[in-house]
Write a protein that binds this ligand. Structure first.
Ligand code: E4P
Length: 218
């Protein structure tokens, strides 16, 4: 399973990349606003850190505008994936940009039917939002299971399932068991995956015992 990092914070991306945990990055307008950075500048910086896909989202709402913005974003670096919303205009833009060789991430997916349409439009990635469905008392992980099953039924569809709006490790583990291709994870969720109290306790005990030996390795 590929791990994308869901952030526009360059320092987080750098440190997670050093641990081999970054196969790509996703951003959205809210994450860019939170970073306080210039959009194109921060995307260029992220693209230089990871060779994997870096999603940069359009903000036009009509197809022509999305296509024009997509071309500008693609010119930033070859690993930019243009992110478009799951609207009819977004699918037109997806089809056009994908036809020109762009990677396209279709975002704001909340139903299996929407995911099927995005795949037919040639999306490279479909981004179903599990956490936001959970927030309205709907089973977000059920959506992932449905999309994975539907895509498997039609091997000609090459779209990868990119699990988004991930809030905790259980989302990630369930998605991996279902066979989703990618999960995009906020840095704090990646750090949650890392932590286990028995690891901390075990390390503490080993170090205390090592002290008693009076030895040093270097
Ligand atoms: C990623 O592509 C999405 O924009 C992101 O995962 C949304 O997460 P949120 O629901 O926590 O804002």
């Amino acid at each position: 399973m590929k791990f994308f990092v869901d952030t526009a914070e360059v320092a987080d991306i750098r440190s997670l990349a050093a641990a081999g945990l970054v196969d790509g990055v996703t951003t959205n307008p809210s994450l860019v606003a939170k970073s306080g950075r210039d959009f194109k500048e921060v995307i260029a910086e992220i693209c230089a850190i990871t060779p994997g896909p870096v999603s940069a989202e359009v903000t036009a709402t009509d197809a022509a505008g999305m296509i024009a913005e997509g071309k500008v974003l693609r010119a930033i670096a070859p690993n930019v994936a243009v992110k478009v919303p799951l609207t009819e205009a977004g699918l037109v833009a997806c089809r056009t940009l994908a036809g020109e060789g762009a990677m396209v991430n279709v975002t704001l997916c909340f139903s299996p039917a929407q995911a099927l349409l995005a795949a037919k439009a040639g999306a490279t990635f479909i981004s179903p939002f599990v956490g936001r469905l959970d927030d309205i008392s709907t089973d977000g992980m059920r959506l992932i299971a449905d999309i994975v099953q539907i895509y498997r039924n039609y091997p000609a569809l090459k779209t990868e399932v990119l699990v988004a709006s991930v809030r905790h490790p259980i989302h990630l583990i369930e998605a991996a068991k279902m066979g989703a291709h990618v999960a995009t994870l906020p840095p704090n969720v990646i750090r949650m995956l890392l932590k286990h109290p028995l690891t901390d306790r075990g390390l503490e005990a080993f170090l205390a015992d090592w002290q008693k030996t009076g030895q040093s390795i270097l």
